[in-house]
Design a protein around this ligand. Structure first.
Ligand code: 5GP
Ligand code: ZN
Length: 276
């Protein structure tokens, strides 16, 4: 049975569809432990946690700017209500968990700093299928809204505590500056700006002997989403936001690489930490 306790398809190439995997109950126990760990990490900050669907309104995705900046990654829902040729519906697939939160606050004035979290199954039409690069994967995000300076400080603090927690799980992590795979002619410029302003940081860990991937990312959006969704602070300024995204499937894979496939062989402290 040992082979079945893997994330099917991730390590042993058994998935019939590249970049789409099936998670066993042994695997889900690890993911549950990660959810609890992230929840505990942000217990003092966050006011509410949400679980989102794998689909989101096309309008929200457009408002977030995703179809323009990442058209190569976006997936859409097509359907036919009357049996005709399927056409695009008003839904697309969730690209980033945090997109589900912005409509909640749209048009609102935030009287105090706000911190929310959300988990969603995301889709990205990735071109490559190296270990840990999935087309469909679980993302758990913590998002903080407020004044510019405070949000940036939160991003830095959140990144540090996430890195400490992940290192405490026995992962050899690195914190590196990063940029997103923006599309088109303006893509290079956007990526350069993102790097110059240090807006995106990633925590990487080994998933195989010779492959490290981002297991978490911290993004400071500045006023981007505040402007797009008309969220303001009490002084009338656009609210700033930052998110810390954990890739639950990738962290699981990094843990299996570090400690072995069978969780009963894992270090006691790690098992206790994840309640395994
Ligand atoms: P970002 O929005 O920064 O690209 O992604 C947020 C987090 O989601 C990343 O740090 C990573 O852990 C996870 N992630 C991004 N792309 C993939 C992917 O293709 N497969 C998996 N399993 N996780 C991903
Ligand atoms: Zn986000």
């Amino acid at each position: 049975m040992a082979a079945l306790s893997h994330i099917r398809g991730l390590e042993d190439g058994t998935s019939e569809i590249r970049g789409v995997v099936l998670s066993s109950s042994a695997n889900e126990k690890i993911v549950d432990g990660l959810r609890r760990g992230i929840g505990a990490l942000f217990a003092g900050d966050r006011e509410e946690h949400f679980v989102a669907t794998p689909v989101i309104s096309r309008r929200t995705s457009e408002r977030a700017g995703y179809p323009t900046t990442f058209p190569q990654l976006l997936g859409a829902v097509h359907g036919s209500q009357d049996g005709d040729e399927p056409t695009a519906t008003d839904l697309v697939l969730t690209s980033a968990a945090c997109h589900h939160l912005y409509p909640l606050l749209a048009g609102k004035v935030l009287g105090a700093p706000t911190c929310l979290s959300v988990e969603a199954t995301c889709y990205r039409g990735e071109k490559t299928y190296e270990t840990g690069r999935l087309r469909s994967f679980r993302m758990y995000e913590v998002v903080r809204f407020g004044q510019a300076g405070a949000v940036e400080q939160w991003r830095d603090r959140a990144l540090r505590s996430a890195d400490q927690w992940l290192s405490g799980l026995g992962l050899s992590t690195r914190v590196v500056q990063a940029s997103d795979p923006f599309f088109g002619r303006t893509g290079d410029f956007l990526a350069r700006t993102q790097r110059e302003q240090q807006l995106k940081w990633e925590i990487t860990a080994e998933l195989t002997e010779d492959l490290s991937q981002a297991i978490a990312s911290a993004n400071y959006h500045k006023e981007y989403f505040g402007e797009a969704f008309e969220i303001t602070n009490t002084d009338g300024s656009e609210t700033h936001s930052a998110c810390l995204a954990f890739g639950l499937d990738r962290i699981t894979l990094a843990l299996r690489h570090a400690h072995g496939v069978d969780t009963s062989d894992w270090p006691l402290a790690v098992r206790a930490n994840l309640a395994l």
